[in-house]
Design a protein around this ligand. Structure first.
Ligand SMILES: [Zn+2]
Length: 348
């Protein structure tokens, strides 16, 4: 089969279009014929060596592909050949404390050779075929294309989990999304609306303003304006936001996010945490019962929930560019140049 192989960490040119053996499904695995796979920040971080510098190469990268089940390994039940599916990205153990608690994205096995992420610890979806654990596949209705579905595991699933799970958005609450113009952000606007939230979208570039409005934001403000935090307070009758999702997560944005968090509010950190403290007065968490939490990847149920929300028309995947898989390096360059609104996807 043909696949995009990474043999050395580095720039997009290191993604090579090669002929490699077609994998065979082992016990409890399925062979997937890939239809589409998305391009997102994790793949940039992994390719460059920033995300998991100790990872073993060569590796076929690509998280959470969507496609058709081509063959079944021994013992697979509940999945049929010919079925359209999308693949949840974390290979969790199912038996550790966090898996039992339903927090499989914290599985103790995610960083060892038995578990981990598809496209990082084991070969992923930048290929004509990939083998994945049968329990990671989630059925797709015909209403969702592969191009749309491949946004679910690494983009839409995580924001659904952040909004419904980590933040627990209640109907009518004010939700501030910092970085609402990014690939995660435009989908978080929709997920927060699906939870009944009123969304204030904070963006930096006017170029993404239309995409944010198309996602259904109730108000859009620019973080280039010095008084943008005052604008959040004005839009919330002085209370501040009940929920803040911060996708930028620099020290500046986190400080701003905290400063506009209402009593009983929840801040969900969606990016890499900067060094040093962002909280100089912890009593402010205690006295008004604020919550600071984080959100990493999506679990299998988050993927299934995202499938339902898309099928029911509550979330519309935003795909702005479709690129042949063999040109993956070009798609990575476009992503790093900030050219992609929503997401780019690779197709076979
Ligand atoms: Zn586990």
């Amino acid at each position: 089969m043909r696949a995009v192989v990474l043999r050395e960490f580095g720039p997009p040119e290191n993604l090579k279009w090669e002929s490699v053996p077609t994998p065979e499904p082992q016990a409890d695995e399925v062979l997937l014929r890939v239809g589409a796979v998305s391009v997102d920040l994790f793949q940039m971080e992994f390719r460059s060596g920033r995300a998991l510098p100790q990872a073993t190469l060569p590796r076929i990268i690509g998280n959470g592909p969507a496609g058709v089940v081509e063959a079944l390994g021994q013992g697979v039940q509940g999945v049929q050949t010919g079925q359209r599916v999308v693949v949840a990205n974390n290979v969790s153990c199912g038996n550790c404390r966090y898996c039992r608690l339903g927090r499989e994205t914290l599985c103790a096995g995610l960083n060892n050779h038995r578990g981990g992420m598809i496209g990082a610890h084991r070969d992923g979806g930048y290929a004509e075929f990939v083998t994945v654990p049968a329990r990671n596949v989630v059925p797709l209705p015909d209403s969702i294309s592969f191009e749309q579905a491949c946004l679910i595991p690494n983009t839409i699933g995580p924001v659904v989990k952040a909004c419904a799970g980590r933040a627990g958005i209640r109907a009518g609450e004010n939700v501030l999304i910092v970085g609402a113009g990014g690939g995660m952000g435009v989908h978080a606007v929709q997920a927060a609306r699906a939870c009944g939230g009123r969304v204030i979208a904070a963006i930096r570039s006017t170029r993404v303003a239309q995409a944010v409005r198309d996602s259904g934001a109730d108000a859009t403000i620019s973080t280039r304006e010095a008084d943008w935090c005052d604008q959040v307070r004005a839009l919330t009758d002085g209370w501040g936001a009940d929920v803040v999702l911060d996708f930028v997560a620099t020290r500046d944005t986190l400080s701003a996010s905290l400063s506009v968090l209402a009593p009983a509010g929840r801040l969900v950190i969606m990016g890499y945490f900067p060094r040093g403290s962002i909280l100089e007065t912890p009593t402010w968490v205690f006295t008004e019962e604020r919550t600071i939490t984080g959100n990493r990847s999506a679990g299998r149920q988050d993927v299934a929930d995202a499938v339902s929300l898309i099928h029911n028309g509550r979330i519309k995947p935003m795909v702005s560019r479709v690129v042949p898989l063999k040109d993956a390096a070009l798609a990575h360059k476009a992503f790093e140049a900030g050219e992609i609104v929503g997401r780019a996807v690779l197709v076979i």
